[in-house]
Design a protein around this ligand. Structure first.
Ligand SMILES: Cc1ncc(C[n+]2csc(CCOP(=O)(O)OP(=O)(O)O)c2C)c(N)n1
Ligand SMILES: [Mg+2]
Length: 328
């Protein structure tokens, strides 16, 4: 593992990174609770992906770069500018939900204001869109970069290969990410792909493919810093495979104890990226346990308030159901 200091981030930025990671975890726990008390229809968690997602997103410039996330990317969307309330509005299906005005399922994050382009439930369809966004940067001679992510199972969809191939041919400023958590719902990686790593598919399309330990904040952050700088300079795309863990069931609608042993689940929890990061922060003198507790209390209060505010907002009017869905 690399030290946090090696990231080159200053103390304030590192505490900001930790705050995003913890906020992602606490907000996801709230979304999960809402499904259990029947107030939200669905949730799909990024628990175990948060460290990697924050390291990834912090390497971009959200004011000008575009993010085309997948359903587990809530924590990265927080770094990109979405608020806890924005996320909660989507889970409650409210008219003010910035992702789809309550028309889409929860967790299909989007925000016009924050350059986040919402995706379809058909996995990986965001990949060709990201290639298109990057192509527009080239045609308009702008220096923004597109970022898109998907899971390792979904990376086997045909359009992922098409998107990466075209981006390679045109040397487009797009970073493709595979968040490899070892499972596609209940299917393990041995049944998903035969190549040794997912990262090795990058060179097959003519650009770098890098595998990182997603629990290693610095390794992940530095890998992204390099490929984002290269993409901005016109050197073309990159593929980054982040090795992460899915600490929960696939979604609120399945039970992973049916296809994972109790021992496997316990081992995952022991290697939880949040705990790894907390240990590093203490050892390297960024934060004390007390200071972490204060941040946690502040985040819990913020999320409680955001929950109350979002819940009190108006539901969509059934008469307007086709608005916000189709272009006029
Ligand atoms: C084209 C398509 N096939 C199947 C599904 C159903 N589905 C949704 S998520 C998922 C598993 C995806 O696994 P992975 O890509 O590894 O991502 P993870 O959920 O593990 O992050 C499947 C099969 C879908 N939404 N779209
Ligand atoms: Mg997976």
């Amino acid at each position: 593992m690399k030290t946090l200091k090696e990231s080159g981030l200053n103390k304030e930025e590192m505490i900001q990174a930790y705050t995003h990671i913890l906020k992602g975890r606490r907000l996801d726990e709230r979304l999960w609770q809402l499904t259990r008390i029947g107030k939200a229809s669905f949730n799909i968690s990024g628990q175990g992906h948060e460290v990697a997602q924050v390291a990834m997103a912090m390497a971009f410039e959200p004011e000008k770069d575009f993010f085309l996330p997948y359903y587990r990317d809530m924590t990265a969307c927080l770094v990109w500018g979405m608020s806890a309330k924005d996320v909660l509005l989507g889970s409650f299906g409210k008219e003010a939900d910035p992702s789809s005005h309550g028309r889409q399922m929860p967790n299909h994050y989007g925000s016009k204001k924050h350059n986040i382009i919402s995706h379809s439930s058909t996995v990986s369809t965001q990949f060709p869109l990201a290639t298109g966004v990057a192509y527009s940067a080239l045609l308009a001679k702008k220096d923004f970069v597109a970022l898109t992510a998907t899971g390792e199972g979904s990376a086997n969809q045909g359009e992922v290969q098409e998107a990466m191939n075209f981006a390679g041919v045109k040397k487009l400023p797009v970073i493709f990410v595979i968040e490899n958590n070892g499972y596609a719902i209940s299917v393990g990686i041995k049944e998903q792909y035969a190549n040794e790593t997912m990262a090795m598919r990058g060179p097959a399309y003519g650009f770098p493919g890098i595998q990182v330990n997603g629990n290693d904040f610095t390794e992940t952050y530095l890998a992204f810093k390099k490929v984002v700088a290269d993409a901005r300079e016109g050197k073309g795309p990159a593929l980054i495979e982040m090795m992460v863990q899915r600490l929960t069931s696939h979604s609120a609608d399945d039970d992973h104890t049916v296809y994972r042993s109790q021992k496997d689940i316990e081992n995952l929890k022991k290697n939880d990226g949040l705990l790894v990061m907390e240990k590093q922060l203490i050892e390297e003198g960024y934060l004390t346990r007390e200071e972490m507790k204060d941040i946690d209390s502040r985040l819990k209060a913020e999320i409680n308030q955001a929950t109350d505010e979002a819940e009190a907002m108006a539901d969509p009017d059934p008469e307007t159901i086709l608005e916000q869905v189709y272009a006029d």
